[in-house]
Design a binder for this molecule. Structure first.
Ligand SMILES: [Zn+2]
Length: 269
């Protein structure tokens, strides 16, 4: 199954097994792992039967077939004993997130909805785009970087990893800006569709200086300030959010009438 999916998605041969079988919400592809799941299902079913008050069901536990299941060894994955389906999920996620190449996926479960596209069958992505997105998600795009070599970017001289190309190389600077602006545009158009009033990059004078958040959204008297940031795969997302929150915090009055408070600032929506 893995080799077929690897062929369909054009993934490299050294793609980790955990990437195939970890849940999509944990950063994987959610491929089933029947050799472990079937064993766990049998054990769970036998355990439920043992708790039944029905004498017929209890008698079934004495059959040779049930004894065989009860005697079966616990399933284990890479030396870790797995007793439940949740345990199997945890072991796969742990393996995936411990790999250097996929360490950025450790934060994938924090926002479950962002992982839906992997298994939803959403046809808004064509095959080529889907494969590219999967490769970037798993850090599986071929680059000059290799763990035990020191091949340098021929533009800036740093290690040419995917993270370097996507975030810091001067060669892709314009593309990074365009990517950020495209995401801001998508958020803006989505917010407009559901009735938000929008102001893009308003210059707001604050005691700490002028602030220009990407978007200010207002609806029903509530105001939301959005400043979108795209960080490296090894970044601390909570810290990135905290830093942005401080940068864009405004000395507005607390309370429900935020829009009125912002109205004191030079903003027209
Ligand atoms: Zn570079």
């Amino acid at each position: 199954m893995r080799s077929t999916v690897r062929s369909w998605l054009k993934l490299p041969k050294d793609t980790s097994i955990a990437f195939f079988h970890a849940k999509a919400i944990d950063g994987g592809l959610s491929l089933p792992l029947p050799e472990h799941k079937i064993s766990l299902m049998k054990q769970a079913k036998t355990a439920r039967m043992a708790m039944s008050p029905d004498p017929v069901v209890c008698a079934m536990l004495e059959t040779p077939a049930t004894h065989k299941v009860l005697r079966a060894k616990q399933t284990s994955l890479n030396g870790t004993v797995v007793a439940t389906r949740q345990g199997l999920r945890s072991v796969l996620a742990q393996q995936l997130h411990s790999l250097c190449d996929e360490r950025g996926l450790a934060t994938a479960p924090q926002v479950p909805a962002q992982n839906q596209w992997v298994t939803s069958g959403d046809m808004t992505l064509n095959g080529h785009t889907y494969i590219g997105a999967i490769k970037i998600r798993g850090n599986l795009v071929a680059t000059a970087y290799q763990p035990h070599t020191d091949i340098r970017c021929n533009c800036c001289g740093n290690s040419e990893s995917l993270g370097h190309i996507l975030q810091t190389c001067p060669r892709t600077y314009a593309s990074c800006i365009a990517r950020h602006d495209k995401i801001v545009d998508q958020v803006r158009s989505g917010a407009e569709r559901i009735g938000y009033g929008i102001r893009r990059e308003p210059a707001i004078q604050t005691p700490a200086g002028i602030r220009k958040p990407d978007l200010v959204l207002v609806r029903d008297g509530d105001l939301t300030i959005l400043d979108i940031t795209i960080v490296a795969h090894n970044a601390d997302l909570d810290k990135a959010h905290h830093d942005k929150s401080i940068m864009t915090s405004l000395p507005l009055e607390s309370g429900p009438n935020h829009a009125t408070s912002l109205g004191a600032l030079p903003l027209r929506l």
